[in-house]
Design a protein. Structure first.
Length: 364
């Protein structure tokens, strides 16, 4: 009985072993790969560039005459208007010079009147053969000299009036005043190294940034010409140095026609409205330039792999994988690629894990 029980136990153990072995040898189910049907859609990509901000006009205000500052009529950081008086330079010597010039002009007018009267008298005497030609010519010369003296006196008067007006230093543009390094009593002249004040016209702000020469050529290829790019380029946006987005859009307004010989870069200018005076001359920001592509083939980045500096995807042809080289647009959004060559609408590709596959895998 013990022998039969042992035999029976041994046979059951063998059957269990065979059963487990059979289960291990069952083939796995086919791996399911995520596929994607290739289609077209519109896509907007962005690039970011460091930018420096300047006002539309930046004017250094300097005196045109020499003298001591007697009044300062603006404040640092204050908004000023075109034609507004900012400084007054001591006017006393210039008023005196104007009075001298006016007196000289009046004296010249009197001398001219006398010379004209003398000439007319001599002309009448000559007509009556009382005096000769020499005397008349002498009077004519005196008249011409008096006329020249009067013209000179008028010019000096005009110059004196201008110099007096220059003692009121006015703003040539609307804008914001900079710091003022001068004080009442400071002696200034037209040759000072530091301006009285700098006025920045900041109704519109310019954001200057640079792109590579290759990117410039890409723009020409996409739009046809630089002028067409400026006319048709989409609106650009600005991110301030504190990380916040500026609430008004700008536009590309100029592209330099010169490539920097040292950096190989081309400078562009974008113009932004600045009605709230949030942007400041000399500031820094990041400009965000969109690129719009219409009806392009877009695929996930996970659907691609690289081999020897070339990009590939796996198409599904007749139920099996087939590696296919593709040309990708150099710009992407970090999640998707735009395919320029290698795929057609209606193709089926493996949507993820392309780097783990090989040709000929059966897809179910």
């Amino acid at each position: 009985m013990k022998i039969n029980y042992s035999y029976r136990s041994l046979m059951m153990a063998l059957l269990l072993t065979v059963s487990c072995s059979s289960e291990k040898k069952k083939p796995h189910d086919a791996v399911q790969y995520k596929t994607l049907g290739v289609s077209q859609k519109d896509m907007t990509l962005t690039r970011q560039y460091s930018a420096r901000l300047t006002g539309r006009q930046i004017v250094e205000v300097r005196p045109q005459v020499s003298g001591c500052i007697t009044r300062i009529l603006t404040a640092e950081g204050q908004a000023v208007r075109k034609g507004q008086t900012l400084f007054i330079i001591d006017q006393v010597p210039f008023r005196a010079a104007l009075e001298v010039a006016v007196a000289a002009r009046k004296s010249a007018e009197a001398r001219l009147a006398t010379a004209k009267m003398n000439y007319e008298n001599e002309a009448r005497l000559q007509h009556g053969n009382v005096v000769g030609d020499v005397s008349v010519q002498s009077m004519r010369n005196a008249l011409a000299e008096a006329e020249a003296t009067l013209a000179q006196a008028k010019a000096q008067e005009t110059n004196a009036r201008n110099n007096l007006s220059y003692t009121e230093v006015k703003s040539p543009v609307d804008g914001m005043a900079s710091m003022i390094p001068w004080h009442v009593g400071s002696l200034v002249s037209s040759s000072i190294s530091e301006p009285l004040v700098t006025v920045a016209d900041d109704k519109e702000m310019y954001a200057y940034f640079s792109i590579t020469e290759n990117q410039t050529l890409d723009l020409i290829a996409q739009y046809g010409s630089i002028n067409d790019f400026i006319a048709k380029a989409p609106a650009v946006s600005l991110r301030l140095s504190n990380g916040k987005d500026y609430d008004q859009a700008g536009r590309i307004s100029a592209v330099s026609g010169i490539v920097d010989g040292q950096t190989g870069a081309v400078t562009l200018r974008a113009t932004f409205p600045n009605t709230g005076h949030l942007l400041h001359n000399g500031g820094s920001a990041t400009i965000i330039v969109p690129t719009q592509r219409s009806q392009c083939i877009v695929i996930p980045q996970e659907a691609t792999y690289e081999l020897q500096n070339r990009s590939f995807v796996y198409r599904v042809i007749n139920g099996k994988t087939k590696a296919t080289a593709v040309t990708l647009f150099p710009q992407n959004n970090g999640k998707e690629y735009i395919v320029e060559e290698g795929l057609n609408v209606g193709d089926t590709i493996i949507a993820e894990g392309a780097g783990l596959l090989k040709d000929g895998i059966e897809i179910k």
